[in-house]
Design a protein around this ligand. Structure first.
Ligand code: PLP
Length: 361
């Protein structure tokens, strides 16, 4: 709040209020750098995770030439940008992890043609929660595309993984504040080893010419504060929420038949409960859940009037009919046992109604 009121000044100014705001931005940068495991001059504050991903990929393609490469399960903030630049998309396994052999083959093929500017592989998938072994992917990238930059979209990783262990394997890393309790509309791109890509937003030269635009001081301070709390509570929250997640999934499976966990819990983050429920369509289920005050999603998009299963589930090879019953439930720092128990009751009731042929009105 002080940075929306008393210290409202533009941090790029030179008077005392501007200097106060500047100090807050600098301290936040130090704080983020300490948690991510990089130097403060490697932290670029952006407007969101999407901007960080766009800057990494577009900035690499424009600076280095060559193709961008990513797996088929990336968030559209990566996938659509790679496709936009005519890049290559690589297949994944049943859990949604990039196929390392296919990645190596793609990189080898591109090496004898246009070359590779950047490989982008997400650390944690936003729909199903799968964790990718970024060190193993880095090994393939370094061996098969030594001139390419390696980027990870770590937007979904900050609550669950120690970023200090991720950062050494990559050149570029994206974060978004609202995925760890910070405000919407502020993100980070880590550029290890100094400027690696062309800037996306050019103007007043803020962020050492990396990202122009007046700093969102309050957002940046809040991002750093939220990241510090997330980092301090990460280990205990991982244990607490894994228990709650298992309680939720087992509770649903106890109440209903044909509830399949999409990804083995051993392969994913604690806060993700993704199931496919037979005999119901997510669209109708979400309607009933919303009516009862249970917030969930299905990750399906309505295209040309027909429900299309998510691109993530399709890439994982999940049957279209099964994917139509996908339900994505997410747990976080505010989730309690009582929430989970109420969720089980409401979801089970809604599924029974739909299976009995009741249509939402
Ligand atoms: N990448 C992943 C994996 C995400 O889950 C999201 C948001 O859902 C984004 C990128 C985009 O972040 P933002 O909403 O800050 O633009």
């Amino acid at each position: 709040m002080p940075y929306l009121t008393d210290w409202y000044a533009n941090p790029s100014g030179s008077h005392r209020f501007a200097r106060g705001a500047r100090q807050a931005v600098d301290e936040s940068r130090d704080r983020v750098a300490g948690i991510v495991g990089c130097g403060p001059n490697e932290v670029v504050f952006t407007g969101c995770g999407t901007e960080s991903d766009n800057m990494a990929i577009t900035g690499a393609v424009t600076r280095l030439g060559g193709r961008a490469v990513c797996p088929a399960v990336e968030h559209h903030a990566v996938l659509h940008v790679v496709e936009h630049h005519g890049g290559s998309v690589v297949g994944v396994d049943v859990a949604g992890r990039v196929e390392l052999d296919a990645l190596a083959t793609t990189l080898d093929e591109l090496a004898s043609g246009p070359g590779v500017s950047i490989v982008s592989v997400m650390a944690v998938n936003n729909e199903v929660g799968t964790i990718t072994d970024i060190a193993a992917v880095a090994d393939v990238v370094r061996r098969h595309a030594p001139g390419a930059l390696f980027h990870t979209d770590a937007v979904q990783a900050a609550c669950w993984l120690d970023l200090r262990e991720l950062t050494p394997h990559v050149d570029l890393l994206s974060l978004s504040a609202h995925k760890f309790g910070g405000p919407k509309g502020v993100g980070v791109l880590i550029e290890r080893g100094g400027p690696r890509v062309d800037p996306l937003i050019i103007g007043g030269g803020q962020e050492r010419e990396r990202r122009s635009g007046t700093h969102n001081t309050a957002g940046i301070v809040a991002l750093a504060a939220a990241l510090a709390v997330t980092d301090a509570e990460r280990v205990t929250e991982n244990v607490r929420l894994a228990d709650l997640r298992d309680r939720l999934v087992k509770g649903l499976q106890g109440e209903l038949d044909d509830v399949v966990e999409t990804v083995d819990p051993a392969d994913k983050v604690a806060g993700s409960a993704h199931v496919c429920i037979g005999g119901v369509e997510s669209e109708a289920l979400l309607f009933l859940l919303d009516e009862a005050g249970v917030c969930a999603s299905a990750a399906s998009a309505c295209a040309s009037g027909a429900m299309e299963p998510s691109h993530v589930l399709a890439a994982m090879g999940i049957d279209r009919a099964v994917a139509l019953g996908a339900l994505r439930l997410t747990l976080g720092h505010t989730s309690t046992e009582a929430d989970v128990d109420r969720g089980i009751e409401v979801i089970a009731g809604a599924v029974r109604r739909l299976r009995e042929g009741v249509r939402p009105t």
